[in-house]
Design a protein. Structure first.
Length: 336
């Protein structure tokens, strides 16, 4: 069957996902779009050549009889409302991170999904679908490293706009690592601390940059993550897992090696779309296939909730300068 998809939010990510579904993936068709900027929504329909209706609101789109599944790629504060509406309508919904802007909002979604009696939500944590991270996960699960002891990681961007403020280093940037490490280690977080090194001269006045986040898991694994969003040189994701018997290092993205003008060099990617393009394809295809089968298997509402709890603790640690405890509730049996 072809899954008829409605997209709420046609900004950069919404348009990119729509393009992938239309031009690269199978089994899905964009039949409806909605955006607070209706002109933008119509422009995306035209650019991609979609046979899709532009709805006045996301809630109206969700109720449309010809829409089987929903993509929520709108502004973060709207996610909770749209995901809850999709669950109430009994429709599968892919929600880009964050699932909600607070842990409380994520809990509302979990309660609604449990009441519905069926998993209807997949959260957009695409790193689980990246080939390098999957290799690392396989090595850990096969005990090739022995027990994991430490993780050293970095998340670097060339620059960020003026609207990017200090807490966004957690909610918008670190959020990916917060989910990825839980998944890699099959472990939850116990505490968080944030340290601010000397500030780079390239950071604007509303963001402290770089930041170092120190996490400890319930099993005692120590994690340090450098978040540096004005590094200037490129988009660079690093991760080393240190185990009792060895170290696993995240592979570098494939690039040409040059020998030129007396130097050897490799290109460094400049944006996230190229770095994780293949992962987005696999992630969205998994959602389409799951929606068609009536059984989603990607990152769940519980994963979104766990990341939100850890994220809130990290922001609190930014503000307090102290080590903040992270208390995860017991996982409901509904989520395995």
């Amino acid at each position: 069957m072809t899954v008829r998809i409605g997209v709420i939010g046609t900004g950069m990510i919404g348009e990119e996902h729509s393009r992938r579904i239309t031009q690269s993936l199978t089994g899905g068709e964009i039949v409806a779009v909605s955006d607070v900027n209706a002109d933008q929504a119509r422009a995306v329909v035209d650019r991609l050549g979609l046979d899709a209706r532009v709805y006045d609101s996301g809630l109206e789109l969700i109720q449309a009889d010809n829409v089987d599944a929903i993509l929520v790629t709108s502004w973060g504060p709207t996610h909770e409302e749209y995901v809850l509406a999709a669950i109430a309508a009994g429709k599968s919904v892919f929600c880009e991170k964050p699932l909600a802007t607070s842990a409380e909002g994520c809990r509302h979604i979990i309660d609604a999904e449990i009441e519905a009696g069926k998993r209807l939500v997949q959260v957009g944590f695409m790193r689980r679908y990246d080939s390098g991270y999957k290799l690392m996960k396989d090595a850990i699960d096969a005990n090739r490293l022995g027990e994991p002891l430490m993780v050293h990681a970095a998340h670097r961007n060339p620059e960020v706009p003026e609207r990017y403020v200090t807490p966004m280093a957690i909610h918008d940037t670190l959020i990916h690592e917060l989910d990825t490490f839980r998944w890699l280690l099959d472990d939850d977080y116990a505490s968080a601390q944030v340290i601010f090194p000397r500030k780079t001269r390239h950071a604007h006045g509303k963001v402290e940059d770089p930041q170092i986040i120190l996490l400890e898991t319930t099993q005692g694994v120590r994690i340090d993550v450098e978040v540096f969003v004005n590094c200037r040189y490129g988009y660079d994701i690093q991760c080393d897992v240190v185990g009792e018997d060895g170290i696993a290092r995240l592979p570098e993205p494939q690039s040409l090696s040059f020998r030129q003008a007396g130097q050897r060099s490799n290109e460094i990617l400049q944006d996230w779309k190229k770095r994780f393009g293949a992962a987005f394809d696999v992630e969205l295809q998994a959602f389409i296939d799951g929606a068609a089968a009536g059984e989603l298997a990607g990152p769940s509402s519980w994963d979104g909730y766990a990341a939100a709890i850890a994220s809130d603790a990290c922001v609190k640690a930014q503000e307090s300068g102290q080590i903040e405890a992270i208390a995860m509730p017991e996982r409901p049996a509904f989520y395995g």
